[in-house]
Structures are given as structure tokens and as C-alpha cells.
Design a protein around this ligand. Structure first.
Ligand SMILES: NC(=O)C1=CN([C@@H]2O[C@H](COP(=O)(O)OP(=O)(O)OC[C@H]3O[C@@H](n4cnc5c(N)ncnc54)[C@H](OP(=O)(O)O)[C@@H]3O)[C@@H](O)[C@H]2O)C=CC1
Ligand SMILES: O=C1O[C@H](COP(=O)(O)O)[C@@H](O)[C@H](O)[C@H]1O
Length: 493
């Protein structure tokens, strides 16, 4: 048995995720020499196509939707191993055909008996597919493995997430379930752990004594595109905040784990997730802002009277001694003026700045520009930005801000693997460190469910703007500003 050989079976293989992320990731894995030799991909879609047409669609998608450089011999190699299987996965009867197809290919074409099932489908389809995989006995035998990769969002709220988890647990053991959150595989999100725990200058300051507030912003330039049907049922809170933003928050704010191993890391994140609170759940109205871009109703698949939020900003707290009193501001939205993601840690003002303000000749800075800032840049540019106060070289004493920039993507751009490459390889190797455990997920839903969505008014914002003004007021009330806006003003990436 070759544990690294694999037959990957993608449900939803004609969809956006497969085109934009999964196939490019397979291409890059092969190009980098990481794809197992014994690899085949069964691509399940309901549209009538043959292999040649499907492979052509994938190649077009890679060329037009991604910026990867398609290498001809790499593409020739993987495209031969991609097999289109027409199937309507909402029909029970179809699974017997799939079973027979896999068995036949195992015998005749040496397909590996290690199965990687990838559910790149709308969340309401997860349970049905998994139930049928189990009932129709589509799994590996004789010491081979069957692993299940489930996309996000995992459920629509705490209850449906529980129901889904129960359904999946009937078919797969926890160690074979890989709940994906691709932000966990982004280089700079992983780097947060290194930065905190491998630099003596940060960890002692990582607490309310020294930190004023933390901001996590994930902004997107694109609108909903071809995903209107899915997105309109989901909204920004469930599409982005429940998973990517809360996971980023957990990694930023968790207590030091006992080790950097999968379970210790996840134990620390679980503890943190259990401590998330809105200042006052009754205050969803003021501490949560929902927006919708003006052109949203013109997108395909959007209900005429849709009130789905495409922008969400919120202020929350972590109820533990380390973070008591420190607000965390989260923001995400579509159709904004730029695509970027960052975590910004604003330290407290130095005493001299607070005490004297403009009357002190040393500090002619405004309180905002006085604060030390540590910015972890996740995308598009990966890196770290640190803002320090220094003395301006002059006869008189004056301070000046020194902006220190480390551009990681400038140094490593060609070698940095995309998140999906790392995640697919992790599944093939059986390493679940970068995946979400059930208890983390349940707690994140518990927090999201505490937001009284109905009490939050929906405001409109201009396409390609910086979001609704109401989001500014959320910080202005606290005498603060969004750091991502400061960056846009200065034209930084
Ligand atoms: N797109 C992205 O950037 C990201 C997506 N995700 C997650 O990935 C999952 C998939 O998203 P995405 O690819 O965007 O969704 P799409 O709507 O683009 O794709 C869904 C796919 O499922 C297929 N499908 C639907 N019903 C059936 C059926 N009964 N039988 C066979 N095939 C069917 C569709 O086929 P058909 O074309 O015939 O309708 C389509 O190929 C979601 O859970 C999403 O949250 C996560 C991160 C990023
Ligand atoms: O999970 C999702 O993520 C993408 C954004 O991912 P990124 O890696 O490009 O930042 C988002 O567009 C999509 O709506 C959501 O489902």
C-alpha cells in the first residue's frame, strides 16, 4: 500500500472554487514536485461534457481567472489524470454508478484506493453527499484511507452545524474529517504564531497593559460574481466573519499553546473562542454594522428584495484577564476600493504623548500618530510593518515617525505556495494541523448566533468605495480610526 497515492474526487468540479483554486493548486503541486505519482482526479459535475471539453474549461479558467504561469508539460501530465464524471449528486441512485466507476478504474486503470473526497459544493449539500458515500459504501478498504474535505461555511448556525457534524460523524472518524478554512494556510497568518512566540520583544507586550486595540480587515474588490445564488443565502457574516476573521482573531489573541502541534494549538484557539463577547449582545444595533453595495441587486442570482449584507464591521471583546477592556474591530466586505487583508495591533500611546500633546515640543504628533503600530500584512503583499517614534535629526528636539517595512513577498514571491496547495498536500499526508476542529467551529457559531441580526439596520455603500460611513462611526465613537483607511490614504499596499 502506498499511503501517498491518491484518487481525489471533487464534488462541484464545474464551480468557481475548483476553477480558481483547486485545479491551479494541483498544477502547482505537480510543478513543485509534490504531487504523488499515483494520482488521479475524478471531477463530478452535472453538465454534459467529455474529458476533452472539461480539461479545456480548466485550462481556460487557469489562464483567465488566476495569475499562475501554466507550464505545458505540467499541464499535460495532470490533465491526462483528470476524468470528468457526469452525475447529479442530489440523486440517491447516482452513487451506485459512482461506486461502480471507481471500482472499475481501480481494477482497469490502477486508480489508487486512497480516496480524498473534496466537497466544493454549497453547504446545504454536504450532509446528503456524505450520507450517500456511507450508505453506498464508497470508501477505501484494506488499510487504505478515505478522507473528507469539507468547505466552509460548515452549517448556517450552531444548530445546523451540529446536525451536519452528526451526519458526517456517522460516515467518517474525526481524524479523517478536514474542515477547511484556507486562511489558516496563508503564510502571514501562520507567521503570527512565529512573530508572537519567537520574539521576546512582542509576547510580553501582547496584552491589555500595552495594547490599545486590534483591527482585522479583509477587504475585497470583487463583487459576488457568479456566486450570487450561494452568497445571497449566506452574507458576509457567515461567509467570512464566522470562519476566516474569527480564526485570524483566535490565532492573534490565543494564550500561548503548550506546543505548536495540532491539538495544543487548537486547544488554545478553542479557549479563546469560548471567551468572545459583544460588549453587550443587546447592542448588536450599535456594535455591528451591515452594509450592501449599491450594485448588488444587479448581480445574477440575487433576490429582488434581498437584504443580505455584503459588508460587516463589528466590535467585540475577549472576556479574559489578558484582553479585558481591549476592543477588537473586525471588518470585511465585497466591492470595496481594494483587495487587502491585514491585522493591525495598535499599542497604547506612550505617556509623554498622552500627557503633553501639542504643548510639548518633543511631541508634535497627534495621539493617533503617536501610537506604535504593528501591522501584519496578509495580502496582497505579505509582510510586517512597524511604526516607531524616533528623533528627527535637527538642532531642535522633534520626533518623527519611522515606518519600518519588511516585505516578505518581495523576497519569496516565486516560492510562496498558495493556501490551497498546502492544504491539499496536508490532506494527502494526513496532517490536520491547518484544519478546524469541531469544537472551535461550534464555538464560533455560538458567538455568531449571539448577534441579533434582525436588530442591525442594513446601510448602503457605493461600489468600489471604502464601505459605509457608519463603519467609521463605530470607531469614531471610541476616538479611533480604521488603520486600513489610513493605508489607503497613503497609497500603501
Ligand atoms: N469560490 C470561492 O472562492 C470559495 C468557495 N468556498 C466554498 O466552496 C464551496 C463551493 O463554492 P463555489 O465553487 O464558489 O460554488 P459554485 O456555485 O461556483 O459551484 C458549485 C458547484 O456545484 C455543482 N452542483 C450543484 N448542484 C449539483 C448537483 N445536484 N449535482 C452535481 N453538481 C452540482 C455546480 O454545478 P452546475 O455548474 O451544474 O450548477 C457547481 O459546479 C462553497 O461551500 C463555498 O463556500 C470557499 C472559499 C472560497
Ligand atoms: O471563503 C471565501 O473566501 C474568499 C476570499 O478569499 P481570498 O483568499 O481571496 O481572500 C471570498 O471571496 C469568498 O466569498 C469566501 O467564500
Amino acid at each position: 500500500m502506498n499511503t501517498n497515492s491518491c484518487t481525489m474526487i471533487i464534488f462541484g468540479a464545474t464551480g468557481d472554487l475548483t476553477l480558481r483554486k483547486l485545479i491551479p493548486a494541483i498544477h502547482q503541486l505537480k510543478w513543485g514536485g509534490y504531487l504523488p505519482e499515483d494520482f488521479n482526479l475524478v471531477a463530478i459535475g452535472r453538465k454534459p461534457k467529455d474529458d476533452a471539453e472539461y480539461r479545456e474549461n480548466l485550462l481556460d479558467g487557469m489562464k483567465t481567472l488566476t495569475n499562475i504561469l501554466v507550464e505545458q508539460s505540467t499541464w499535460d501530465y495532470i490533465s491526462e489524470r483528470i476524468h470528468y464524471f457526469k452525475m447529479d449528486f442530489s440523486e440517491d441512485g447516482e452513487y451506485e454508478r459512482l461506486h461502480a466507476y471507481l471500482e472499475k478504474n481501480k481494477k482497469e486503470n490502477n486508480f489508487s484506493s486512497n480516496y480524498l473526497f473534496y466537497l466544493a459544493v454549497a453547504p446545504d449539500k454536504f450532509g446528503f453527499i456524505v450520507k450517500n458515500l456511507k450508505e453506498k459504501n464508497i470508501s477505501s478498504e484494506n488499510g487504505n484511507w478515505s478522507r473528507l474535505v469539507i468547505e466552509k461555511p460548515f452549517g448556517e448556525n450552531l444548530q445546523t452545524a451540529y446536525d451536519l457534524n452528526d451526519e458526517i460523524a456517522k460516515a467518517f472518524n474525526e481524524e479523517n474529517i478536514y474542515r477547511i478554512d484556507h486562511y489558516l494556510a496563508k503564510e502571514m497568518i501562520q507567521n503570527i504564531t512565529m512573530l508572537r512566540f519567537q520574539n521576546t520583544i512582542f509576547e510580553p507586550l501582547w496584552r491589555n497593559t500595552y495594547i490599545d486595540n486590534i483591527q482585522i480587515s479583509v477587504l475585497e474588490k470583487d463583487g459576488v460574481g457568479s456566486r450570487g445564488g450561494y452568497y445571497d443565502q449566506t452574507g458576509a457574516l457567515r461567509d467570512m466573519v464566522q470562519n476566516h476573521l474569527l480564526q485570524t482573531l483566535a490565532i492573534t489573541a490565543m494564550e500561548p499553546p503548550a506546543s505548536l502541534g495540532a491539538d495544543d494549538m487548537r486547544d488554545s484557539k478553542v479557549k479563546l473562542m469560548s471567551e468572545l463577547v459583544l460588549f453587550d449582545p443587546g447592542k448588536s444595533k450599535t456594535d455591528v454594522i451591515f452594509g450592501q453595495y449599491e450594485g448588488y441587486h444587479n448581480e445574477t442570482g440575487i433576490a429582488e428584495d434581498s437584504e443580505t449584507e455584503t459588508f460587516a464591521a463589528l466590535k467585540l471583546f475577549i472576556d479574559n484577564p489578558r484582553w479585558k477592556g481591549v476592543p477588537f474591530y473586525l471588518v470585511t466586505g465585497k466591492k470595496l476600493s481594494e483587495k487587502s487583508a491585514q491585522v493591525t495591533i495598535q499599542f497604547k500611546n506612550p505617556a509623554v504623548c498622552n500627557a503633553s500633546g501639542k504643548s510639548n515640543p518633543i511631541y508634535e504628533l497627534t495621539p493617533n500618530s503617536c501610537a506604535n503600530i504593528l501591522e501584519i500584512k496578509i495580502q496582497p503583499r505579505e509582510g510586517i510593518h512597524l511604526r516607531l517614534n524616533t528623533k528627527k535629526p535637527a538642532v531642535e528636539d522633534q520626533s518623527v515617525v519611522a515606518e519600518m517595512e519588511y516585505c516578505q513577498s518581495c523576497q519569496y514571491s516565486f516560492n510562496t505556495p498558495d493556501a490551497y496547495e498546502k492544504l491539499i498536500l496536508d490532506v494527502i499526508k494526513g496532517d490536520s494541523t491547518r484544519f478546524t476542529r469541531w469544537d472551535e467551529l461550534a464555538l464560533s457559531w455560538y458567538f455568531i448566533d449571539s448577534i441579533d441580526k434582525k436588530s442591525v439596520p442594513l446601510v448602503s455603500y457605493k461600489d468600489e468605495s471604502e464601505g459605509p460611513q457608519e463603519a467609521d462611526l463605530l470607531l469614531k465613537r471610541d476616538d479611533r480610526t480604521w488603520w486600513f483607511k489610513e493605508k489607503i490614504k497613503r497609497g500603501e499596499s
